[in-house]
Design a protein around this ligand. Structure first.
Ligand code: HEM
Length: 345
């Protein structure tokens, strides 16, 4: 049901610009006002979320680890540097590997229940498909976003031309097929069917899991339709998009309605982004379970905002203070002498 609601919702979203521009001729609203408003919501919302996370207290060293910790006999116990970093450089490499190669997803495993001689047995197996298709989806998305910069920049930077050249290097068809278009759809469909096919995942999947998938499928599909079928007037569109980038708004008349559908869906994505799970884009950098070195046995961590008036109270001192009461209550004492108590106590 959650998947169906999300799909229906995205369908409804497609109809809004179809009617708004196709029938209502509200080109300026859909070409300028809505995208600009969405962009402002995205920037402010994103900044707000980052600011709030940045302000959250992290009083303890809480990195998650997945390998041998640095040991005082490093010859015998070889440290797993990228899974259990102890300094800034190792942590940086760990973060870079995570962000660029999704390293922790590579270790994804699946659990399944089997029956062996009438007994239920849980079996674990390596599951790399999620890693592969997540990587395909994210990199295709990145390449597409980089290529789209040609709509907003003049002159077009070399890396945008380079991405475009590499992406169409197979020279299939006219207009040339971008590999990223195929790969993003493959990635998205896998991520969607993975949720639908696995009963365990289906059970925990919410509208907020399906909606971004359908929305991005809608964005990619409308983009593909524009490029390969409608063959939209990219010169006119660039006039509009350069107007957005320079605040010199201008809406040419001859732009196909599919462009407005594409941009409307992108606007919804931008406005939804800061309030959704998609914020992992910014959050991954601020995750204390990832961005801290695991050095709590090497360095003494002191909570920076400890009240200096509250002095630390060791267990040794505590036992001295409360020894007689503890002895009376039958509690064990490290030092039996404390049962007598000090004069002050
Ligand atoms: C989340 C952001 C976006 C995604 C994922 C996306 C995705 C796509 C995809 C997959 C295509 C198919 C062809 C290609 O890959 O270039 C496309 C084409 C296109 N997109 Fe986007 N798009 C996004 C944002 C935008 C924005 C903000 C605009 C303009 C305001 C835009 C304008 C266009 C145009 C004009 C085309 C047709 C290009 C051509 O014919 O070569 N897109 N988009």
């Amino acid at each position: 049901m959650n998947a169906l609601y999300s799909l229906l919702f995205v369908f409804l979203l497609v109809f809004i610009p179809l009617f708004g521009v196709g029938l209502g001729h509200l080109n300026t609203i859909f070409g300028v006002c809505i995208p600009m408003t969405a962009f402002v919501i995205f920037i402010l919302g994103f900044a707000y979320r980052i600011f709030k996370w940045g302000k959250s207290p992290v009083p303890f060293s809480i990195p998650t680890t997945g390998g041998q910790q640095y040991a005082y006999d490093p010859e015998t116990f070889k440290q797993s540097k990228w899974d259990n970093p102890t300094n800034g450089f190792q942590t940086f490499v760990r973060m870079a590997l995570e962000i660029l190669t999704f390293r922790s997803l590579f270790r994804n495993s699946s659990a399944s229940l089997h029956e062996v001689k009438g007994e239920p047995v849980v079996a674990y197996a390596s599951a790399k498909w999620l890693w592969l298709f997540a990587l395909l989806f994210h990199y295709s998305f990145l390449v597409i976003v980089i290529r789209h910069l040609r709509l907003f920049l003049e002159p077009i930077p070399f890396f945008v031309n380079g991405a475009e050249f590499m992406d169409g290097i197979l020279q299939i068809g006219a207009p040339v097929l971008y590999q990223s278009d195929l790969l993003i759809i493959a990635g998205l469909l896998f991520l969607l069917f993975r949720r639908l096919a696995d009963a365990k995942l289906r059970y925990i999947s919410l509208v907020n899991d399906y909606f971004p998938l359908f929305l991005i499928i809608g964005i990619a599909a409308s983009g593909i339709y524009m490029r390969y079928y409608a063959k939209v007037d990219v010169i006119a569109i660039k006039e509009l998009t350069m107007g957005l980038a320079t605040f010199n708004f201008h809406v040419p008349a001859n732009i196909d309605v599919s462009f407005y559908v594409h941009v409307f869906l992108v606007s919804v994505l931008l406005a939804y982004f800061p309030f959704s799970k998609l914020m992992h884009l910014g959050g991954v950098f601020l995750s204390p379970t990832r961005n801290m070195p695991n050095d709590s046995r090497i360095r003494h961590h002191v909570n920076p905002w400890n009240d200096p008036n509250i002095k630390p109270h060791s267990y040794e001192a505590y036992e001295k203070d409360f020894g007689p009461m503890m002895a009376e209550a039958g509690l064990p004492l490290d030092n039996p002498e404390n049962a007598k108590g000090t004069e002050e106590a």
